[in-house]
Design a protein around this ligand. Structure first.
Ligand code: ATR
Length: 288
């Protein structure tokens, strides 16, 4: 990578950022495409987020990715965000459009793209979604936009799932959405109808984590998606044993990164290169 007077700067705002995969993925992508861009990690303390955000304009940066703990707070410091991103309440990508900062959430679209790549299409499907955090909401909006037929939500904290239902109903009405208690997730009356099961919880991130749901009740035709990206989770191992199709969250990460790349550079992202870099990075981490 050769830095010149014309190098364009993109960044990552988080706290901490030291273990993020994104700098490796994006810098490799810029290099692959021969673009004079650089992606830098910025460890921004919460008390400095406002100043850091205004610096995007002051330093004429192209944009940033935003990660924990800033995804919600940064909204207050941006010039505009699409209505849906406002409802999701979290931004992961900022674009500097001639001095105006626009915030987006590319999680849901990244999720949809990653499924599409595997030949799974969401239209008219029945989907069971576990979890009701930020990722769950972003994914749910996209599921509805893709015209699924039915969405079944379950979450450890029932009230949070109900709140999510309310948000989803604010902009869409055609999809049949139902909330079931977490305690009933392993014996669902509707289990035979489910075609796609998505785990959006953090259960599975750590080595000893159990599966957030038992797959025994589902037909083997169910497609299982786990947004956890750093390992093959117990849920995915179960799916594999049952002969189900399955996918981990690394693809979602790659595609949401690819969408950000396109917004910043106006070029299609080299997805294969990004995937290879991310996979190698995770393998190295396992080995270290
Ligand atoms: P994100 O933005 O990544 O989705 P989040 O907003 O903190 O993160 O949401 C985490 C999700 O994982 C929530 O659905 C959470 O359930 P609660 O709403 O009950 O907190 C879920 N989660 C985390 N740990 C869990 C556990 N041990 N068992 C079940 N669900 C869990």
């Amino acid at each position: 990578m050769k830095i010149t007077g014309k190098t364009k700067i993109v960044g990552l705002f988080g706290y901490p950022v030291a273990h993020s995969l994104s700098p490796a993925i994006h810098n490799a992508a810029f290099e692959e495409m021969g673009l004079n861009f650089i992606y830098l990690p910025f460890s921004v303390r919460p008390s400095h987020l406002q100043e850091a955000t205004r610096a995007i304009v002051a330093l004429d940066m192209i944009g940033v990715n935003v990660t924990i703990p800033h995804k919600q707070q940064i909204i207050d410091y941006l010039d505009s965000i699409p209505a849906e991103t406002k409802l999701i309440g979290a931004v992961n990508t900022v674009v500097n459009q001639r001095g105006k900062l626009i915030g987006y959430n590319t999680d849901g679209e990244g999720f949809v793209e990653s499924l599409r790549e595997r030949g799974f299409f969401l239209k008219e499907k029945t989907v069971l979604l576990v979890g009701a955090g930020g990722a769950a909401l972003a994914i749910s909006f996209s599921l509805i936009k893709e015209k699924i037929d039915r969405l079944i939500l379950t979450n450890r904290t029932f009230s949070r799932a109900k709140q999510m239902l309310k948000k989803l109903e604010q902009i869409y009405s055609k999809v049949d959405i139902q909330v079931v208690e977490f305690e009933r997730r392993n014996s669902l009356p509707c289990s035979k109808d489910v075609e796609l099961l998505i785990n959006t919880t953090s259960v599975g991130m750590h080595e000893a984590d159990p599966s957030p749901i038992n797959l025994e009740q589902f037909p083997s035709s169910v497609y299982v998606y786990d947004v956890v990206y750093n390992r093959e989770t117990e849920l995915l191992k179960q799916a594999k044993r049952k002969g189900m199709r399955y996918q981990g969250g690394l693809d979602m990460l790659i595609f949401q990164g690819a969408l950000a790349f396109k917004m910043w550079t106006e070029k299609e992202a080299p997805v294969e290169k990004m995937r290879k870099v991310a996979t190698d990075y995770l393998q190295q981490k396992d080995g270290s």
